[in-house]
Design a protein around this ligand. Structure first.
Ligand code: C5P
Length: 401
């Protein structure tokens, strides 16, 4: 057996579901490949597998109780959370996923999951109705956006005799997902910069001019590039999104700050400008709140720096691949093709943001990728999939050259 996971320290969290029995096999498979394993068994998990079988197969004691004095004196929950290379949650129940999504920490498993700074892989397992529920799907979306990796669930017969999507992935599939997380991605050694979100241009201490942007697409691209191994910096305006895992995040507000943060991140190999930068800013930022005194205040606007065009300009620090976005409401491809030339970037990802397309704030996107060779139209895809596909295209471009 090739020791693909030699020396990798895996913390396995076993939650309460019938699929917990598969974890015993998973432990064996991980050890066969050279991994060291340590397990947390939740109260529910212990209803399905015994601490003795888990301890025997993991060759370590089993951690079960947040408030166990012995455990805390031997190894506290913070050390448990950090002394590993990867945390695997299998089976990940709807309940534990909900706790993770909301930051609850009322037992050892959820506390360690909140406290860990290591990558996390979850293998969900539940009844298909629970899997398809909006609550579970929204929790999964939030976790994915934070960079949590997900394997499965699969379709098939479920414990209750029903069938549907909800079966935990088989141990070997989980092993495969773990191995690919440890494999060095095709963008290893490359540096990437992504801009995301809107910019806010201050008018006075309480008011600003801003663009509409959820940041979902830009954040997903940063996550996808990091997953392929790129050393990724995300420069983002104000959004409601959590910082993605495995990415260096700089928070800014205005376009000037965004440009400064991008410059500070150079040199990079790849720049993806997905931010909705405000085109104009007030010429003078007032230090006092402008009073309502009957007459409308005149707001003199000046243009903001164009970050995409600045990064695309020829020079020694130009990234070898610069990608811009074009949000268009009509003539999407022709306007975006013109924009590619105007901005001097290599590729443009064009999307239709007319009200009918439902792109703003939504989870799906229909895009066209415009490069030197022409236009490729992608099917309507979740923004996460657009991000993964774009990251893969970027990786292909670097492995070709
Ligand atoms: O000019 P327009 O805003 O339509 O161009 C969109 C593209 O340019 C996006 O990639 C956006 O991130 C980028 N952009 C920028 N700085 C600006 C304006 C737009 O980087 N000031």
């Amino acid at each position: 057996m090739a020791a693909m996971l030699q020396g990798r320290r895996i913390l396995l969290v076993i939650a309460g579901g019938i699929a917990a029995y598969k974890c015993l096999d998973l432990l064996r498979r991980l050890r066969e490949r050279g991994a060291t394993t340590r397990c947390i068994l939740t109260k529910g998990g212990a209803q399905f597998v015994t601490p003795l079988s888990v301890a025997t197969l993991s060759r370590d004691k089993v951690y079960q109780d947040l408030f166990s004095l012995t455990d805390e004196s031997e190894i506290g929950h913070i050390r448990l959370a950090r002394e590993c290379d990867l945390v695997v949650v299998a089976p990940a129940t709807a309940d534990l996923l909900a706790k993770m999504a909301h930051g609850l920490a009322d037992d050892l498993a959820s506390t360690v999951l909140l406290a860990t700074d290591r990558p996390i892989l979850v293998a969900p397992a539940m009844n298909f109705v629970m899997w398809e529920s909006n609550a579970t799907q929204e929790n999964l979306t939030a976790l994915r956006q934070r960079g949590v990796h997900v394997v499965g669930p699969d379709a098939g017969e479920l414990a209750e005799g029903e069938s549907g999507v909800g079966r935990m992935s088989e141990p070997l599939a989980i092993v495969g997902a773990i191995e690919s997380l440890f494999a060095s991605g095709p963008l290893k050694g490359k540096r990437a910069l992504v801009t995301s979100g809107p910019t806010y241009e201050p008018v006075d201490p309480v008011r600003f001019i801003g663009n509409r942007s959820s940041g979902k697409q830009g954040h997903a691209i940063a996550t996808a590039l990091a997953l392929l191994g790129a050393d990724t910096t995300l420069v983002t305006g104000p959004t409601r999104l959590a910082d993605p895992r495995g990415v260096t995040v700089t928070h800014i507000e205005s376009a000037d700050e965004m440009l400064a943060a991008c410059r500070a991140a150079l040199p990079v190999d790849i720049a993806v400008c997905a931010a909705a930068v405000a085109d104009w800013k007030p010429r003078d930022r007032r230090n006092q709140k402008i009073k309502k005194n009957g007459s409308l205040p005149a707001l003199e606007l000046v243009e903001n720096p164009d970050i995409l065009a600045t990064l695309s300009a020829k020079g020694s620090s130009r990234p070898s691949l610069v990608i811009g976005f074009a949000a268009e409401t009509e003539n999407v491809v022709s306007n975006a093709t013109a924009k590619r030339h105007k901005k001097g970037c290599d590729w443009i990802v064009a999307n239709d943001v007319s009200a009918a397309a439902g792109t703003f704030g939504g989870d799906a996107n229909t895009v066209h990728l415009i490069d030197e060779g022409g236009t490729e139209t992608w099917p309507r895809l979740p923004k996460d999939d657009v991000a993964r596909r774009l990251a893969q295209r970027i990786a292909d471009r670097f492995t070709r050259s």
